[in-house]
Ligand binder design. Sequence first.
Ligand code: NAD
Ligand code: A1AUG
Length: 542
Amino acid sequence: MNNGVIKEIGFENEKVREYAVGSKERAELKKTLKEMREQMLDIPIVIGGKEIRTGNTGKCIVPHDNKKVIGIYHKAGKKEAEMAIDAALSAKKKWEKLSWEHRVGIFLRAAELAAGPWRARLNAATMLTQSKTYFQAEIDAACESVDFLKSNASSLYKIYSEQPISTRDSWNRTQYRPLDGFVFAVTPFNFTAIGCNLSAAPAMAGNTVIWKPASNVVYSSYIVYQLFKEAGLPDGVINFLPGSGSEIGNVVLKDPNLAGIHFTGSTDTFQEMWKAVGDNIQNYRSFPKLVGETGGKNYVLAHASADVDTLVAALIRGAYELQGQKCSATSRCYIPKGLWPEVKEKMIREISTIKVGDVEDFSNFIGAVIDQASFDKIKSYIDYAKNSHDAEILAGGKCDDSKGYFIEPTFILTNNPDFRTLKEEIFGPVLTAYVYEDERFDYAVDLCESTTKYGLTGSIFAKDRYVIAEVEDKLMHTAGNFYINDKTAGASVGLQPFGGARASGTNDKVGSIFNMMRWISPRVIKDNFNQVNDYRYSDNIE
Ligand SMILES: NC(=O)c1ccc[n+]([C@@H]2O[C@H](COP(=O)([O-])OP(=O)(O)OC[C@H]3O[C@@H](n4cnc5c(N)ncnc54)[C@H](O)[C@@H]3O)[C@@H](O)[C@H]2O)c1
Ligand SMILES: N[C@@H](CCC=O)C(=O)O
């Protein structure tokens, strides 16, 4: 069939809804929350379109009401991992031959459903599963999912349009093949949209996928999976495989047909997976593409010329939104001594106004952290600071897991530039400040550069443009996303393509052309119209 060439319509971000009191969207979200809370979802493994229930189950728990179970999910083991590999390989034959307009059309349909009739379900599931406020759920589950799907479509259009030069006597064309095998998508707990994107992006490029969602968010991940099915995703293209990461990984990472890993999660997990691939390198048909976006220890550097109110608002949003469980969350800040009294006073005052609690009450600004293990880990860092001679808790510090996994937004001051909470990723609502002498600004710049192994996000707050330009240059390798007078979190697809380097990942910029390039294997075809029938170069013949 001869397809015409689509004219791209361009990418625009999905508009964030406000959920104002009395609005239709607010009423619909509240109603959906209530319905989902009252139902008990029985979540299967889905392989080659078939639902499988192993009977080895895990619970879907509401973090802000931690006795409340809203679903059970069936865990995949070795046998199901092997079945998923077979299903992905068998679906590949038909899927990779389907023209790109049809493949992408499915995901653009999913985007429209997510923006419209599925919006409340996606957001409510995310509020219940990840304890996100209505606002954090809206910017993640609805808007960022839609943005990823649409932006990937637009990136593919650009990639496919990129063709080599043809001449009078030969045509050259690039065929954008999918990878020669299947892709393993492994996703974290903190963003519903990341699960959506990591499984969809390789599939949009013609690959078949095994998707392993994080165990504490199988519920919201399954809603995304159902959305894809509703949009017309054929059986076996994405296989949904909840279960233990190491058990499933042990099978999938050793398979000769592993062609790529699309990962987001902690640095340690990605390093483990990379090692497993290295150990098995001689057994693969091709070199698997490894894409992994990992942890962060993101800094705010304030200069003496910074505006304090802007700085304080950015520190609070950057550090405490979503309970500090964003890879991009601000977790360390460097403040000049001259500004410190005002910053300290305003931070303490503002933090005391933050409402923590059940996210189903829309007036709360933050909810609970994801599970008991996270709660215990974050609390151990706070206890460490409480018991240290080098640090003082200026605000927050209380933890209570009796009803939900609640941790107060916590602000620590340390006089030790190497203090643990300035170095290690905590992944909770904990911000540590270090105060430097005003005349030692260069030293503070060096601390941003050298204190941690990560390189994800960072911000400079200053009015002085010479300072901003100098810091932007000096801190070039400290952040894949660098902000000037803005918080370290909240990148939007298409506007600030996201990802970091160093121990923060492979920096393939999810949702952009750079990421989509990883899921294709170009083949260049030369069609020669001027065929040679003598091997001699004509100039050499006397
Ligand atoms: N850079 C980014 O864009 C970005 C975005 C979101 C989250 N993160 C990072 O993610 C982390 C939080 O998420 P998390 O707690 O879900 O991370 P995690 O590393 O604990 O888990 C991520 C996924 O890996 C799976 N997994 C664990 N061990 C595995 C193995 N051996 N083989 C295969 N899969 C395995 C888990 O089951 C889960 O699905 C933080 O470090 C955060 O900074 C980074
Ligand atoms: N892209 C998101 C973070 C994703 C990781 O958790 C941001 O920029 O805040």
